[in-house]
Design a protein around this ligand. Sequence first.
Ligand code: RET
Length: 279
Amino acid sequence: MIESVNATFENFVGQSQGLNEMAYQMVAHVLTLGYAVMLAALFYFILTIRTVAPKYRTSSVLSVVVMVSAFLLLFAQAGNWTSSFVFDAEKGKYFLGDGKDLFNNGYRYLNWLIDVPMLLFQILFVVSLTKSKPNSIRNQFWFSGAAMIITGYVGQYFEATNFTAYAIWGAISTVFFIHILILMKRVIKEGKEGIPASAQKTLNSIWVLFLISWMLYPGAYLMPHLAGIGVDGGLFNETGVVARQITYTIADVSSKVIYGVLLTVVARKLSVEEGYVEA
Ligand code: RET
């Protein structure tokens, strides 16, 4: 009984409705795309580190840490997908396998436990704060980042079995998320003071990217219930399963890779402004 172990909705869809070839493969492919991008971007961050002045290089180092951890965990997540479902030649669909493993998005959540604090600290190595104390911001980022993820991690176990628990843990997580958004807005506002206009523009783009890409994660958490709550809802099916993994992949590439690239761009503009020439 998968109800009794609080399995996530992908397993329920895989058990009762099955997944057609396209849905199953799209998830396998989008997960593979995810870790391939992380490996490619790892090289970008290593190869561009000397284009910024030494004091900004910790930002690239943190991107490297994020790329390695995301690569490994997305690789594990992809393996979890292929080991959870088995093709049934008679029915022509994939069904939940006979108990080797269930599918769970938990690898992602634990990956965020490393990556979220890294991504939040990263910007503090590029911008200079005019009023706030970097140490205080860093501690708050760390605390709220970890609390947001741990509460969400617990909540996701209940998405198909206990809607109340799922909603309460999700709501607690959201409080910490809002705190992070407020802090980030402040960091970017202060960071823009006294720097060249073109670097200010890039920081504005970073804020928009941050806001949109980070909101995709709660969107993916809510996915099975976004078009009607419960097992009869419009996305409690293979469309919802595929939509969730596509959403996660877009969010991962934006919040880790594009964000890191844009921070490198800001660091390069500031380096040039300060007279740094690449050796
Ligand atoms: C959860 C649970 C439901 C409520 C909210 C959530 C927010 C998650 C976020 C995750 C960001 C992850 C990143 C990872 C990069 O590696 C936990 C889904 C608000 C914002 C940026």
